[in-house]
Structure formats: structure tokens, C-alpha cells
Design a protein around this ligand. Structure first.
Ligand code: 5GP
Ligand code: MN
Length: 334
């Protein structure tokens, strides 16, 4: 982060302020962990922070300290809009473009007070007054740890803040296995554990929280998997009907896409999930090695993300979407 930006933010934070903290739509472990870590940190500095999520977060994150204070824009647009309008500072975390907040974009576009972006996605937009954006980091939570340290307040990181940071580092690194996991990541995690976080229990909360229905849905997803060894690709589909059949709840399909990559020789995996309420097919892409799914999602499926993990959407039917995908993988080199 630029020295002059750190200095300027220190000045901004020198007096108590009303501060809005915004994660991306469909917030994941890193989005919720980073916003809540910053929330607890700003509370300690005597500010009045509030986390406003565009829509609800999955149940497996409900244990996060402070999650009960998070406002959901979709459920209370009037109040959330007012809070953003009255904020004296706005932090946007774990996304690179305001459209990632859905409808909230309209409200955030009108913000005139200082905005801070902290994010690790490619090609950040230029809306923030202060931008701390770097794809070298595996998670926004790792950047929040750095951010607090840059401000000279590492000593304020307590067990609560550490638990939030640990959550995002764990979920965004696939439990420390993705290539973005560095020695520094592990040194930060060592610090967090020394601060007394219950790392094993957090892992349980995040990953051993399945319902029977979720596992049955996973079973169906795996049965739906198509494998194309010649293109090193596999994909999974889930229709709205199948989601309904297994009483789908938010978060139930989290991580399912990764199973495609666990097949030997498969370097590109996708999952296509029908969302009838929005009339879209939501897509997740994952790759191993050099195949850039961020570029693929941008070029073909209205999305983006990182080199090895990206998302997108299709406005066509599942059938048409799959047809397009199968044609694409037969033409590109993976
Ligand atoms: P997921 O597949 O888990 O939803 O997302 C994987 C990565 O791609 C995440 O970093 C997420 O923020 C990003 N991503 C997911 N969907 C979209 C999208 O529609 N547009 C962009 N630009 N990024 C996305
Ligand atoms: Mn992230």
C-alpha cells in the first residue's frame, strides 16, 4: 500500500466517524471475515462502523463474531441506503467493481466521502479514493491483517479480529492449499493462533456443518458430472428443480465445483447452477495450472475473478449454456 495513502487514512481515522463497510454480493468466508475483522478493529478505534451486505450470507458463517450486527441491503433497502448516505467513510472489501454489489451499486456510485478499496481481484476499477489492491494475496483477510499493521495497530488484533481474519484466509486458500498460499500467509496464521483463536473449531464450523440434504444434493451434483478427458475438463449442472428437491439453502453448493478438479488429469472444472428467481445460470470456474479462468469468464460468461477461480453468469437456458461451453472447450487449449 502506498505510504501517502496510509498516512491519509491515518488522518481520516484520527477522529471518530460513521463508517460503512461493504462486502460483495453473496458474501463468502473472505468477504464476511474481512468486513467483520475491519468492523471490530474500527470499533476499537472508537468509530461507528456497520457492515452492510448486499444480500444474506450463508449459515456456516453465522458463528462469526459480529455477524448478528450485519445489515442486509436486500431486506431493508431504505435504512441501508440512509446509512450509506450518512457515512463519513466507506470501505469496500473483497471486490473490484461496484457492480459486484448488485443493486447497491446505484447507492455506492453516489458516495462522495472517502472510499477505501481493499481487494485481491484482477483489474480493479478506479472508484475508490484509496485503493489497496494486489492479486498476489490469496485473500482479502490477509490484506486486512497487513492494513491494520500498516496503520500501526497490530497490537489491537485480538482473538475476535484474528478469528475473522483466519476464516477468510482459510476459505479463500482452500485450507492453505492454493498456490497463493505463501510463507507469509502461514506466518500470519501462526500469529493468529498465538492470539488464541480456536483454529480447529473454526475449521469445524466452516466445513463440518453439512445438512443431510446438502450431502444428498452433492451426491446428485457428482452424478451429473460430465468428464472430457481429451479437453482436461469436467463440468457439473444443477437445475432449479434439483435444488428444490433437496431443499437448497444458501451455501449448499459452495465448493462443489472443486470436485471436478480432483479427477486425475482434469485441469478445468465448471459448475452451472440454475437460479430461476433471477432467470440466470450462475457459473463457477476452477482451474489447476496456467489456464486462466478469469479471462475465460470475462470473454464468454459475463464474469471474472482470479486465474484459478472465477465466476460468471449466462442469460440463456441451461441447454444453450452447456452447448456453448462444450463448443468452447473443444476449441481452446487447456
Ligand atoms: P465463485 O465461483 O466462488 O462464486 O467465485 C470465484 C471467484 O470469482 C471469486 O473471487 C469471486 O469473487 C469471483 N466471481 C464470481 N462471480 C463473479 C462474477 O460474476 N464477476 C466477477 N467479476 N467475478 C466473479
Ligand atoms: Mn476473496
Amino acid at each position: 500500500m502506498k505510504k501517502e495513502d496510509i498516512f491519509a487514512i491515518q488522518q481520516e481515522l484520527a477522529t471518530p466517524k460513521k463508517i460503512a463497510i461493504i462486502p460483495h454480493r453473496s458474501p463468502d468466508g473472505d468477504a464476511m471475515g474481512s468486513t467483520l475483522a475491519l468492523y471490530h478493529f474500527l470499533l476499537k478505534l472508537n468509530h461507528q462502523p456497520v457492515v452492510i451486505a448486499p444480500n444474506d450470507f450463508p449459515n456456516f458463517l453465522a458463528w462469526l463474531p459480529g455477524s448478528e450486527t450485519v445489515l442486509i441491503y436486500e431486506n431493508d433497502k431504505g435504512n441501508c441506503t440512509k446509512i450509506i448516505q450518512e457515512a463519513e467513510m466507506v470501505f469496500t472489501l473483497d471486490f473490484n467493481a461496484l457492480h459486484r454489489t448488485g443493486e447497491m451499486e446505484q447507492v455506492l456510485n453516489k458516495v462522495t466521502v472517502p472510499m477505501v478499496m481493499i481487494d485481491h481481484h484482477q483489474k480493479p476499477d478506479n472508484y475508490a479514493t484509496y485503493t489497496y489492491s494486489d492479486t498476489i494475496f490469496g485473500s482479502t483477510c490477509e490484506m486486512i491483517y497487513n492494513f491494520i499493521a500498516f496503520l500501526g495497530h497490530k497490537n489491537l488484533i485480538d482473538k475476535t479480529i484474528a478469528s475473522c481474519i483466519y476464516t477468510g484466509i482459510t476459505t479463500d486458500s482452500g485450507s492453505f492449499r492454493f498456490p497463493s498460499t505463501t510463507g507469509t500467509t502461514h506466518r500470519i496464521v501462526a500469529d493468529l493462533i498465538d492470539l488464541g483463536i480456536d483454529n480447529s473449531e473454526i475449521h469445524n464450523q466452516l466445513f463440518d456443518n453439512n445438512s443431510y440434504n446438502r450431502l444428498q444434493l452433492l451426491g446428485r451434483a457428482l452424478q451429473n458430472m460430465k468428464v472430457f478427458p481429451e479437453f482436461k475438463t469436467s463440468y457439473i449442472t444443477l437445475s432449479q428443480k434439483e435444488l428444490d428437491e433437496f431443499h437448497y439453502e444458501k451455501g449448499d453448493t459452495e465448493g462443489v465445483v472443486n470436485y471436478g478438479l480432483t479427477i486425475k488429469g482434469i485441469h478445468f472444472a465448471a459448475i452451472f447452477i440454475e437460479h430461476r428467481d433471477e432467470n440466470i445460470i450462475k457459473i463457477s470456474f476452477r482451474s489447476q495450472g496456467n489456464f486462466d479462468v478469469n479471462q475465460f469468464a470475462r470473454d464468454h460468461f459475463n464474469g471474472g475473478g482470479h486465474i484459478n477461480a472465477a465466476g460468471g453468469k449466462s442469460y440463456e437456458s441451461m441447454r444453450e449454456t452447456i452447448k456453448k461451453f462444450e463448443l468452447l472447450i473443444s476449441k481452446i487449449t487447456i
